[in-house]
Design a protein around this ligand. Structure first.
Ligand code: GLC
Length: 427
């Protein structure tokens, strides 16, 4: 979706040039350290990971037109969750108040709240009751609301409908079916079998966690105990490692993040792809070779439907926000019904408001909405941990070794269990 993104970047640069960069401590209503003073109203910055469909800049322009004294400047950080996190936390650790509102990955809430980087919010100011139920849990820490759900996400299995139809096959509902079709049909059509996001970064944590959850396992218990050493986790990692060993996961997929894997699918190089719903728009676009030839279904698991990890992002107010009142109002605006509709229609991202998933007009335009709703409702959150980054780094490193055939799945699971226990001890 780079074509939309390029246009979005132009707008972003224009916004920054027009409004000027507002750094901490220089705006009205702040003290020299950048903490809020006065009525908490004034200009603000919103930091986000790469806006892959380039919709957010124009959307914020709508707010800016009607709030000339509370304008928001968009700061777009890199596409990958890890790089964005690194840039945000470097600033937050040094007490830099550059970003007032953070569009943060749902996986980070506990860590950012525990570190005191984001401020608790007044629940009554936001339309929490209209959200899909599982998303709210990702925004709380220690029973308090620290963020407001904004975009949700669940993994889906994209498949080449033309290829399956020709072979008289239906999309796989189990790993065994996926494996069989990837092994037999894909080579006949010169396609790679299956890919997801397998480079060591947050995306691999997601893919591996989905494999473990789908097989009935867990990584950490609710009490933070390490629970990964189980036959289910071995089955989950075994599925991914076997794919590479037997060639139905192409080796190249070990370097894929979301965008590389989307490109491979829409260039017509893969039979199956695990990706988020945003990939649907790109694969249906003018420069896609598979437009009109693919479908998307919920992820399969070992013996039936699999379990997706709950993805998405929440909006939080930095503990050092210069204008927290304006920040809360902007968040209420971004989670309002008309803006949430645009998140879907212009951003190709899954909104958090439940009613949009049952709107017949939207279902006609976005036929994957019912499958996505089912996936989000049954999705499971990543482990909640104040040391989430270390948990995720351990998962990525070990799973990548298993997929690269450096360690068998049994050894990999035992090593992961030891490494996670060491992370817990450091806490
Ligand atoms: C998507 C998800 C996010 C996840 C990331 C992993 O952006 O919304 O929750 O952490 O992908 O790459």
């Amino acid at each position: 979706m780079r074509w939309i993104r390029a246009a979005g970047r132009g707008l972003l640069i224009a916004a920054v040039v027009l409004t000027g960069y507002v750094s901490a401590g220089t705006g009205a209503g702040t003290d020299s350290a950048g903490a809020a003073q006065g009525d908490g109203r004034g200009p603000m910055t919103l930091a986000t990971a790469g806006d892959l469909t380039g919709y957010l800049g124009p959307l914020l322009e709508g707010w800016n037109r009607s709030h000339p004294d509370e304008k928001v400047t968009l700061v777009e950080l890199p596409d990958s969750a890890d790089e964005t996190r690194a840039q945000l936390t470097t600033g937050l650790r040094s007490g830099d108040g550059r970003y007032d509102i953070l569009n943060m990955d749902v996986a980070w809430t506990s860590e950012f709240a525990a570190a005191g980087w984001i401020a608790p919010l007044e629940a009554g100011r936001f339309p929490l009751g209209s959200f899909l139920p599982p998303v709210l849990d990702t925004a709380t820490y220690d029973g308090e609301l620290y963020a407001v759900p904004y975009v949700t996400n669940a993994g889906m299995l994209y498949y080449r409908k033309d290829v399956l139809d020709r072979a008289g096959e239906t999309p796989p509902r189990t790993w065994a079916e996926l494996e069989r079709q990837a092994r037999t049909l894909a080579p006949r059509h010169g396609l790679g079998g299956y890919a997801g996001q397998f480079l060591p970064y947050e995306g691999l944590t997601v893919n591996a966690t989905e494999a473990v959850y789908s097989a009935g396992g867990t990584i950490l218990g609710d009490d933070g105990r390490v629970t990964v050493d189980s036959p289910a986790a071995r089955t989950g990692l075994g599925f991914l490692a076997r794919g590479v060993r037997d060639g139905w996961i192409p080796r190249e997929a070990l370097t894929y993040k979301e965008e590389e894997s989307r490109q491979a699918f829409q260039d017509g190089r893969l039979l199956f792809l695990r990706n988020w719903p945003y990939a649907y728009a790109g694969a249906s676009g003018k420069d896609s070779r598979v437009a009109g030839k693919f479908g998307a279904v919920p992820l399969p698991g070992p013996d039936g439907p699999g379990t997706s990890v709950l993805g998405g992002s929440n909006l939080a107010v930095s503990a050092r926000a210069r204008h927290p009142e304006s920040a809360s109002d902007l968040i209420a605006y971004l989670t309002s019904a008309p803006v949430q509709r645009k998140v879907l229609t212009e951003g190709a991202l899954p909104p958090v408001r439940a009613d949009l998933y049952q709107d017949p007009g939207l279902i006609r335009r976005f036929p994957y909405l019912p499958a996505l709703r089912a996936s989000v409702l049954s999705a499971a959150p990543r482990p909640k941990s104040a040391r989430y980054e270390q948990v995720s780094l351990a998962v990525q490193a070990v799973v990548h070794d298993a997929m690269a055939q450096h360690q068998n799945p049994g050894e990999a699971v035992r090593r992961l269990s030891r490494e996670l226990a060491a992370v817990a001890r450091r806490g």
